[in-house]
Design a protein around this ligand. Structure first.
Ligand SMILES: Cc1ncc(COP(=O)(O)O)c(C=O)c1O
Length: 378
């Protein structure tokens, strides 16, 4: 994302003034700060941010203004990105598989909390200089299917194996914690309840009181069903912790990515062409900023504007939507209900596009670049 410093009051005036032919992310700092405030007010523990969802400097700076001083980082470049803007920020290194050089870099960058999901990766940390007294959070997984896709396929120790990893971390002199990630775009409070309850069982089995519990990311962003009930999830986490652990309760932290940042951005795309079969060609697609195919609900909320910036009205019908590259896979995973009056040069404004869009965009066929404009209203 390149940054256009000019602040536009809203989408319609941006269209009238600039008639952008390239994809543009519209950013609302007030929305991002309000979301951070909602998490901080409601979540019963420390709120950190998973940088992978969107590492734009404006995101980091606005979260810092909203009181977020701790970041979940998955790689050395992510650590460097945070340190460059917020030298004093707290770093949690929660990618459980790391090369040895990455571990040494994480130590040098001062990461204070590290997730692991296997004994072999734990031994690597000890070997490469992660000091005794550092927090090691054992990440476990459950067969809970409430999310957009299954995170357990890649990371997380089986619940039966987690106690042994906790015990080994304790014997190496680490502060032992537990953590999980229920999967992204998970709106079901019961998923968190199940994980926190399982964490209590794992801790009992290990005979170790975890210092803290990492309740993950996974919190849902708005989708076709509307605004998720974040507070119900927070309440489920708090109630489950009280039931699963004896006093004194372990501390809690969370690391939302998607839910923190999605709603603060919209993506303005333009209709390049229409075909007689009803299909639509846009200036952005799955190799660009619309590439998050596993989570199509995020494409459910959009508005259509004319080339003059006014709402395009008309009876809507589902149409296939293609991206700009020459690859025939470059097609949105769902048909979009678009007005029959849709015209070449119209704009489609995708809502809630702050997470995983810009950061996963490729430059395939020379497309995929976007600009960033700060707006004060949508
Ligand atoms: C360790 C960890 N924490 C947090 C997140 C953020 O998840 P989400 O964007 O679903 O909140 C991820 C996503 O991959 C993750 O791997």
């Amino acid at each position: 994302m390149s940054t256009i410093p000019a602040i536009s009051p809203d989408t319609a005036s941006l269209i009238r003034r600039q008639a952008p032919d390239h994809p543009v992310f519209l950013f609302r700092p007030d929305v991002l700060q309000a979301t951070a405030a909602r998490f901080r007010a409601g979540f019963p523990g420390r709120v950190t941010y998973a940088l992978k969802a969107n590492d734009a400097p404006v995101v980091i700076e606005n979260l810092a203004r909203a009181g977020i001083d701790c970041f979940d980082v998955a790689s050395v470049p992510e650590m460097e990105q945070v340190r460059a803007l917020l030298p004093g920020a707290v770093l949690h290194y929660n990618n459980p598989v790391r090369a040895r050089a990455e571990i040494r870099a994480g130590v040098a960058m001062g990461c204070v909390s590290w997730a692991v999901d296997s004994l072999a990766e734990l031994e690597k940390l000890a070997c490469e200089g992660v000091a005794q007294g550092t927090e090691i959070a054992v990440r476990f997984k459950l067969p809970v299917a409430a999310a957009a896709y299954d995170f357990g396929e890649k990371f997380g120790a089986a619940a039966a194996d987690a106690p042994v990893i906790m015990q080994r971390a304790g014997s190496l002199g680490y502060r032992v914690s537990l953590g999980f990630h229920p999967g992204t775009q998970c709106g079901d409070p019961e998923a968190w309840r199940a994980y926190v309850t399982a964490a209590g069982n794992i801790a009992r089995c290990a005979a170790i009181r975890p210092c803290r519990l990492n309740a993950g990311g996974g919190f849902a962003a708005p989708d076709g069903a509307g605004e998720p009930d974040q507070e119900a999830v927070f309440a489920a986490i708090a109630a489950a912790r009280a039931g699963a652990f004896p006093a004194p309760l372990p501390g809690l932290f969370c690391e939302p990515g998607r839910a923190m940042v999605a709603g603060a951005f919209r993506l303005l795309t333009r209709v390049k062409a229409l075909r007689s079969d009803g299909s639509v060609f846009l200036n952005d697609g799955i190799y660009g900023n619309l590439g998050e195919r596993p989570a199509p609900p995020t494409l459910a909320r959009f508005s259509v504007l004319t080339a003059q910036g006014s709402p395009r009205r008309g009876t809507a019908r589902p149409r296939p939507v293609f991206g700009p590259t020459c690859d025939s896979l470059d097609r949105l995973p769902i048909r979009l209900a678009l007005p029959e009056t849709l015209a070449e040069g119209d704009y489609i404004l995708f809502h809630d596009m702050g997470a995983y869009g810009a950061v996963t965009a490729t430059g395939f066929n020379g497309y995929g670049k976007s600009a960033l404009v700060t707006v004060s209203q949508w």
